[in-house]
Design a protein around this ligand. Structure first.
Ligand code: XMP
Length: 320
């Protein structure tokens, strides 16, 4: 059982000192590596890891072809300002090859896990001689995986998987006792700017968690474009998280007087504290109309835009 530290009882200063010490002890004089996706958890772990290990932590951004528009440049630029060098690793081919032909959500998550930890990280770890991977798993990831709701991409031990045996390196998870609200406090204390610690959560499987059906480069591009619109129009709502989802079913639409058997985008916008339960934000019809108008205008092939009004549970935050 992992002992939860709630955001309320968290003393960030003590927490940071303790974790820095633990990381130093475990890694010793060796090299460690971590993947920075630009999300709140991995950004916080990156700062924590660099405080503990300095140059002995190699930080990489895995360009898996599933990230949001302009994300690699944004993350590299932000961390450069914070004094952390980030290497961008192009792994698009590996990820799309692993996802080819897969439509089942859990199989998709498993394919991403294997591409990430076995193929890409297995190679990177060998190349740089690291023995440890530092990652930002949080308690909510564990809960859902153990409950069998979703296989979160980054959970192993609780599934009886030993990463050392399976992938050849040891995993360190300093944030595992926290939930999202606690991670934000730690991130802020470690010097992350608000644009990093106050960012909406983004899942490890990235935009593949928002494509229902097969994850092809074309379909990811469609959801990526819709994501740009949704994030732009909903950024001032103060909501916990918002996203665009591409559906698999097509519906009959019309364009320029002709039939267009088109695609559908679902918009979700959530109120939540720690992602365990969530309710849809009561967006005004004016905003909903704007979302529909701009998604139809900016995303080729879309003829239907819907807004999700079901809470979690029984929904979950991501569609996949
Ligand atoms: P769900 O969809 O399970 O999401 O209600 C709960 C929160 O977790 C995020 N999420 C993930 N985060 N790896 C992660 O690091 C994952 O595999 C993953 N799946 C979902 C989701 O965005 C939400 O904030």
């Amino acid at each position: 059982m992992i002992k939860e530290i709630t955001a309320k009882e968290l003393n960030t200063e003590n927490f940071i000192d303790e974790k820095v010490e633990e990381i130093k002890q475990v890694v010793g004089e060796k090299m460690a590596i971590n993947a920075l996706s630009g999300g709140v958890d991995s950004s916080t772990v990156t700062m924590l890891g660099h405080r503990a290990l300095g140059e002995r932590l190699k930080t990489v951004f895995i360009e898996n072809g599933l990230m949001r528009e302009g994300e690699a440049e944004k993350v590299v630029g932000l961390f450069k300002k914070l004094g952390v060098a980030v290497d961008v690793v192009d792994a698009k081919k590996e990820f799309f090859a692993a996802l080819e032909g897969i439509t089942d959500p859990e199989e998709k998550r498993e394919a991403i896990t294997q591409a990430f930890y076995r193929d890409v990280f297995g190679r990177l770890v060998k190349e740089c001689g690291a023995k440890h991977l530092l990652q930002g798993t949080i308690l909510t990831d564990i809960d859902e995986t153990v409950a069998g709701i979703k296989r979160q991409h980054n959970v192993f031990e609780q599934l009886g998987i030993d990463p050392e045996k399976a992938f050849g390196y040891h995993i360190i998870e300093p944030l595992i006792q926290l939930r999202k609200d606690g991670v934000r406090k730690v991130g802020e204390d470690l010097g992350l700017p608000a644009e990093a610690f106050d960012r909406i959560p983004f899942p490890g499987p990235a935009l593949a968690a928002r494509v229902i059906g097969e994850t092809t480069p074309e379909r990811v591009e469609t959801v990526r474009r819709a994501t740009v619109v949704v994030e732009r129009l909903l950024k001032d709502t103060g909501a916990f998280q918002y996203m665009a989802i591409l559906h698999e079913d097509r519906v009959t639409g019309m364009r320029d007087g002709l039939r267009d058997f088109g695609q559908q985008i679902e918009v979700r916008c959530w109120e939540s504290v720690d992602a365990r339960v969530a309710t849809p934000t009561p967006l005004s019809f004016k905003i909903l109309e704007k979302l529909a108008g701009e998604i139809i205008r900016d995303v080729p092939g879309i003829v239907s835009v819907t807004y999700n009004i079901a809470p979690k549970p029984p929904s979950t935050i991501e569609a996949v």
